[in-house]
Design a protein around this ligand. Structure first.
Ligand SMILES: Nc1ncnc2c1ncn2[C@@H]1O[C@H](COP(=O)(O)OP(=O)(O)OP(=O)(O)O)[C@@H](O)[C@H]1O
Ligand SMILES: [Mg+2]
Length: 318
């Protein structure tokens, strides 16, 4: 089963300011603000939702395909993704742009000042499955340029490719009409609790209405686990307690990577969901959305410390 992952590809630039922003923001001078913070550490980290999801899927042997746009600074990122077992043939480089870039400066009180530059992502709506992934069996439509998310939804319907609709962070930007078009006819809608409330508020749909339009619904609830509602059944997926939480970015993406690998292998929903939960926990225990690592064998062993898969996961080690 060929799974095609769409969404952003980005670099995150994480800076740390050894001071307090509020001491340098003069309330009576905000109309003429001009401040520069001398930061004493910066790291550039691979990120972007499509790459994050693909990364976890690849750890589990899934060989996903990414369809996305990236910038002239993508070269080493592509090499690295390919090395992880990700097919990047559907990643198109926009030569006069940079990859989407997230710049965030954190001060010693954990306050943040951030900017997100869309860069090459603004061209994502120029890509089509017909051209870059004609043999897709399942697509996930994750946060991306809003126009691209709409176009991909439409094309999946036209080509009858089943898709997971994963609006996540972009719920804020998408209109009620966008959200309705995306979730109506999707195979699965994936959201966290907060995003589900926002969708309900924007569209006026109740959960039951959503379920008549979408093939299924995954709602994640942080440390309280998640629920998958599909085929008139409810699967409660417990969270796996992390040994320590190093940094929470990307847990939701790792969950989707694990879940998609389970779906790809044809595993039952309760097993696929638990694969998502365990993958998310690995992510929490490391820095960044692609900082975790495990072999399929290690994953199976840890899964079985918590859950009984009745041997279903043996397929992962083949
Ligand atoms: N503190 C935690 N302890 C254990 N598991 C967690 C914790 N936080 C998240 N998870 C796991 O990750 C899954 C997704 O988390 P969450 O609901 O916070 O997603 P999210 O808000 O979309 O995250 P993200 O910030 O990555 O977008 C949860 O269902 C759970 O399995
Ligand atoms: Mg999320």
């Amino acid at each position: 089963m060929k799974i095609v992952i769409t969404g952003s590809i980005a670099y995150d630039y994480l800076m740390f300011f050894p001071g307090r922003f509020r001491e340098h923001l003069l309330a009576d001078q905000l109309h003429t603000i001009s401040v520069s913070f001398l930061v004493d550490s910066m790291r550039r980290q691979r990120g972007g939702i499509a790459a994050n999801i693909a990364y976890t899927m690849a750890l589990l042997g899934g060989r996903p395909t990414i369809m996305a746009t990236a910038g002239q600074d993508f070269g080493e990122y592509r090499t690295w993704l390919e090395k992880q077992g990700i097919d990047t043939s559907g990643v198109v480089v926009i030569e006069d742009e940079y990859c989407a870039s997230f710049f965030v400066n954190t001060d010693e009180e954990q306050n943040q000042i951030a900017s997100f530059y869309t860069g090459a992502m603004a061209h994502a709506n120029e890509l089509t499955f017909a051209r870059y992934a004609p043999d897709a069996n399942l697509v996930i439509i994750s946060p991306n340029d809003p126009a691209a998310m709409g176009a991909y939804t439409l094309e999946c319907k036209q080509l009858a490719i089943p898709y997971v609709y994963d609006p996540s962070q972009q719920v804020i930007r998408l209109t009620a009409a966008d959200l309705l078009a995306g979730l109506t006819g999707c195979a699965l809608l994936t959201v966290n609790e907060y995003e589900l409330s926002m969708i309900q508020e924007k569209t006026g749909l109740k959960e039951a209405d959503i379920l008549t339009r979408a093939g299924g619904l995954l709602v994640t609830r942080g440390k309280f686990g998640s629920t998958i509602l599909v085929e008139d059944r409810i699967y409660d997926i417990p969270a796996v307690s992390p040994r320590e939480i190093v940094e929470p970015t990307g847990a939701g993406d790792a969950f989707r990577g694990g879940l998609l690998r389970g779906i790809q292998l044809g595993l039952p929903w309760d097993v696929a969901g638990r694969m998502g939960a365990l993958a998310a926990t690995y992510c929490l225990e490391n820095f960044g959305p692609q900082g975790h690592h495990f072999t399929p064998a290690e994953f199976i062993t840890r899964y079985r410390e918590h859950f009984d898969d009745a041997g279903a996961l043996d397929i992962l080690s083949h």
